[in-house]
Design a protein around this ligand. Structure first.
Ligand code: CO
Length: 498
């Protein structure tokens, strides 16, 4: 069997998981040529929360970052994480916006697109994958890993076969919570390798201490690529460290050969950067914590839960609320707990305890039940669905959610023109997702980071705050505030008849 290779994630997931996505392009550039020399099979440098962070906190044009990194590391394919129809946001965008985003990104030099959907609804991946193929770039279809009665090896393999059929060049297994055990990693990779003809990549996090062992098991089963980072932007809630992984593979026939001196150079550079970002790092992210395995919910969600319940005067209800999470997940078709579904499930679990089970349903939970995010992996509880339909006076969506959206690109382009912004595809697609931020960037208004009073947003894969405050009642509704990635969303919570 040929050696396994590593993709390196330090310039994207590494700092997203351990330093609230705050690494700047200037902090990356000195490392880029060294990363490029080592011979990694890919560098994850873009997408996920980095685009949001560039605009919101770092005063950077994310496309300029991509071009700079391509110039500084031209040899190694660069990888981005794309949330399918949500691009790098949390709601669906029309197909023409998704297509324009992928085309602009490909033109700026992106090589590999990791495309995923939080619900594993492949209809939400189709437009992005097709556009990547049209641009002659590498499409890596991602399978989001979670545990539930409907998330079986068989179901994951079926999705892998479907992604291969859609033209993907490789398949990624995305274990965003770091809950994949070595046994599952082995079995899943073995099955996928047996049934598919394209390379398999495993992506995990060391949150619960399983990551490196899961990689080792996957390597035994024939996985083609695993993803590692560089200490101190590694381990804990990040990917296992590269040097650590190489040590684990010492004497293994599939061990790749990467220059230890260069890896040491990178470590020294990133130690320095980590120090500079100390405001955004936290011991809670650095440690291995098996809470996630005990409670079956992401670690970041638990720590936020504790804070939020305390704010609501519900600190003593922690156990009850955590026990309610699987109840909500099951009713909503066993949706995986990944941004933004983790916040929604958490909010609903809290409301079930606070107001009585299903006495009030928050609007995002209604949207999930009504299929507005896509098809849930399992069936929606019919009683909950009927309540949501009655309450919203609407029927569940059974088509692909984006089929209900009119083309939007030209509209965004003319809004850019009205505001005196450039009308290029790059600006128009950024405007579609981050209108205020891109306007501020182009017009030279300093980004939010100059106001240190704002709490740092945590990594996108680490769920942010659950309900912050309940407001006054309006027509029997309660207003609540849902904070996702540091952004506050006001939601009206309606009282339902049981
Ligand atoms: Co990740």
């Amino acid at each position: 069997m040929k050696p396994v290779t590593f993709n390196n994630t330090v310039l994207r997931d590494g700092h997203q998981s351990l330093a609230a996505t705050r690494m700047s392009t200037a902090q990356m550039l000195p490392a880029a040529p060294i990363l490029d020399e080592i011979g990694f099979s890919g560098l994850e440098t873009w997408g996920g929360a980095t685009i949001d962070s560039c605009l919101r906190y770092l005063n950077e044009n994310p496309f300029d970052r991509l071009r700079a990194l391509k110039k500084a590391a031209p040899k190694t394919p660069q990888i981005m994480l794309l949330r399918g129809q949500n691009i790098v946001q949390y709601t669906s965008f029309p197909d023409d916006v998704v297509e324009a985003f992928v085309r602009a990104n490909a033109a700026a030099g992106q090589d590999v697109f990791r495309v995923f959907d939080a619900l594993n609804d492949t209809r939400n991946l189709a437009t992005a994958i097709k556009t990547v193929l049209d641009c002659k770039k590498h499409a890596r279809g991602e399978i989001c890993y979670t545990t539930s009665p409907v998330h079986t090896i068989e179901a994951f393999v079926k999705m892998g076969i479907e992604l291969e059929g859609m033209g993907c060049h490789s398949i990624g297994i995305k274990d965003m919570s770091g809950i994949m055990t070595p046994k599952i990693a082995y079995d899943l990779v073995k099955e996928l390798k047996g049934k598919l003809g394209i390379p398999i990549v495993l992506h995990t996090h060391d949150t619960a201490g399983l990551g490196a062992a899961a990689y080792l098991a996957a390597i035994e089963a024939g996985v083609d690529i695993v993803e590692t980072s560089i200490v101190p932007f590694a381990n804990g809630t990040g990917q296992p460290d590269t040097v650590r992984m190489l040590a684990l593979l010492e004497g293994h026939p599939r061990r790749p050969d990467y220059d230890p001196a260069k890896l040491q150079q990178l470590r020294l550079h990133f130690e320095d950067v980590y120090q500079q970002l100390s405001k955004f790092t936290s011991p809670a992210n650095e440690r291995v914590d098996s809470d996630i395995l005990v409670f079956q919910v992401p670690g970041g969600m638990l720590s936020n839960f504790r804070n939020q319940l305390a704010e609501q005067g519900m600190a003593d209800k922690f156990d009850e609320v955590v026990r309610e999470i699987p109840v909500v997940r099951e009713a909503l078709g066993w949706i995986p707990l990944v941004t933004p579904t983790s916040q929604i499930v958490g909010t609903q679990a809290m409301m079930n305890i606070k107001f009585g089970r299903w006495k009030m349903i928050c609007q995002p939970a209604q949207d999930i039940a009504l299929g507005k995010y896509g098809k849930a992996p399992g069936p929606i509880n019919p009683e909950i669905l009927a309540m949501c339909e009655k309450q919203t006076n609407s029927k569940a969506v059974t088509c692909r959610p984006a089929d209900l959206l009119e083309p939007g690109l030209e509209g965004y382009r003319s809004q850019c023109a009205e505001k005196g912004l450039p009308t290029t595809d790059e600006i128009a697609v950024l405007f579609a997702m981050f209108p205020q931020q891109i306007e501020a960037l182009v017009k030279g208004v300093p980004a939010a980071e100059s106001k240190p009073a704002t709490a740092p947003a945590k990594a996108a894969e680490v769920p942010a705050q659950i309900p912050a405050s309940s407001g006054s009642g309006v027509n029997g509704c309660r207003e609540m505030v849902l904070t996702i990635d540091g952004r506050r969303h006001h939601v009206l919570v309606e009282k339902l008849e049981a």
